[in-house]
Design a protein around this ligand. Structure first.
Ligand code: ACO
Length: 402
């Protein structure tokens, strides 16, 4: 009800832009998105080429260092990460403090926050040595933390990392393996997960990345900044959407599988029902990641022999929505989260781990963006302005007179 134009003129020159839809908070050389054309590039390389030919760690190197690595650079990068996968023994106690039914996302962010206490020798945001070391530690330890969060939630013993394995293989083994039992990593599964991590690796100034930059702009260390990013990712409108999509599909199935009925509910905005996994602040044509994931979902489900009736519901739902004026007019298309859950499910991950997988994938992007922020001479502490619409000055009233 406030007269925004009046407020603006009384505050001096302040732009009012809820959700920062039109406000650039930084300049960046990392990720390019053209939302109308459905283009996504990391450091200039198209996402489909990276998904097809690169690996998650090579893409991580690209995002963080700006160029694709040479063979030696990649080997050294991978080797450094391999050497840091173990968690401090005392950090393991941390997991016992949480209830066994804890959601793994806050467990993840708490454990990452705790890295600042266990690794105090790599906290200086302006020391190249410290930032490099905390980068290796984060990339190496996040999958271990994620696997421990999972093991805790299912009441199974933790497995130490096996550093003869690559990052994704190691993560799968720590998640699904048992101590003293051999675990054969399924290469189809490992490749598919690696590709999903590439697709999630960066997405310019999204909510969690902006959070990482904002926290980092106060010169908080990398662990603290990333922990904040994980919490931002947890929300259902951001990374949490992959969990919500699956719950939505299960809900439709439980209600008899009538996709049309569900779409009508969404259009009528019944009790805030949204078509989860649809819509995007920037993509107004299609999300190029969704196209790759959809193709991958079909292939992976086939390869793992896990045909899923929820995939049929998802496909029907997508077709239904894309033919409906409500979605067409609002330019709502499937985003990356629409099909990823079906792949994660086929891989054996419980629904509550989906957003954790997103976090592992997004980590190199957060690190790259934090680095860019800290090294940018024009960075100032993030401090948005506001339009005050509260009460005018009034006198304090003693409690007995209220
Ligand atoms: N289902 C139904 N209607 C929708 C949806 C949806 N998924 N998304 C947007 N709309 C409608 C809004 O209700 C609004 O309609 P109105 O003009 O009649 O009020 C219109 O489309 C514009 O939507 P906004 O909310 O203004 O779009 P915004 O850019 O603020 O939000 C967001 C983007 C959060 C992604 C939104 O589309 C959404 O909530 N989607 C579902 C959650 C989701 O999938 N999130 C994952 C995003 S991708 C990622 O984080 C990896």
């Amino acid at each position: 009800g406030a007269d925004v134009s009046k407020l603006l003129s009384s505050t001096g020159l302040v732009t009012y832009d809820p959700g920062f839809a039109n406000t650039a908070s930084c300049s960046s050389e990392i990720t390019y998105i053209d939302g109308d054309a459905g283009i996504l590039r990391y450091r200039g390389y198209p996402i489909d080429q990276l998904a097809e030919h690169s690996t998650f760690l090579e893409t991580s190197y690209l995002l963080i260092h700006g160029e694709l690595p040479t063979t030696d650079q990649l080997a050294s990068f991978e080797n450094n990460i391999r050497r840091h996968t173990l968690l401090h023994e005392d950090l393991k106690n941390f997991f016992d403090g949480f209830p066994s039914d804890a959601h793994p996302m806050p467990v993840l962010s708490s454990a990452v926050s705790a890295l600042s206490t266990f690794y105090q020798d790599s906290l200086d945001p302006f020391s190249q040595h410290d930032v490099e070391l905390s980068t290796y530690r984060l990339l190496a330890k996040l999958p271990t933390i994620a696997a421990y969060a999972y093991k805790k939630s299912v009441g199974q013993p933790f497995l130490y990392p096996d550093n003869s394995l690559g990052l994704v293989e190691n993560f799968l083994r720590m998640t699904f393996g048992f101590p003293a039992e051999p675990y054969e990593v399924d290469p189809t599964l490992a490749k598919a997960l690696d590709r999903l991590f590439i697709l999630h690796a960066d997405h310019e100034q999204n909510c969690s990345t902006s959070t990482v930059r904002l926290v980092g702009s106060s010169q908080a260390n990398l662990f603290a900044s990333v922990s904040a990013g994980i919490n931002a990712l947890f929300g259902p409108l951001h990374g949490g959407a992959n969990q919500s999509v699956l719950e939505m599909l299960e809900g439709i199935r439980a209600a008899g599988g009538d996709v049309g009925e569900f779409v009508t509910k969404v259009k009528n905005k019944e009790a805030g029902v949204k078509l989860m996994g649809f819509g995007h602040r920037v993509y107004k044509n299609y999300d190029p990641r969704a196209a790759i994931v959809k193709k991958s979902a079909d292939e992976v489900l086939e390869a793992l022999g896990k045909r899923d009736d929820l995939l049929d519901i998802a496909i029907e739902l997508e077709q239904h929505a894309l033919a409906d004026d409500y979605f067409v007019e609002r330019k709502l298309y499937p985003n990356v989260d629409f099909y990823t859950g079906l792949i994660y499910r086929a891989m054996g991950f419980p629904t509550r781990m989906f957003t954790v997988l997103f976090a592992i994938g997004r980590l190199p992007g957060w690190i790259a963006q934090w680095n860019e922020m800290i090294n940018d001479k024009s960075t100032r502490i993030g401090r948005p302005r506001q339009l005050y619409i509260g009460a005018g000055e009034r006198d304090y009233v003693e409690v007995e007179k209220r």
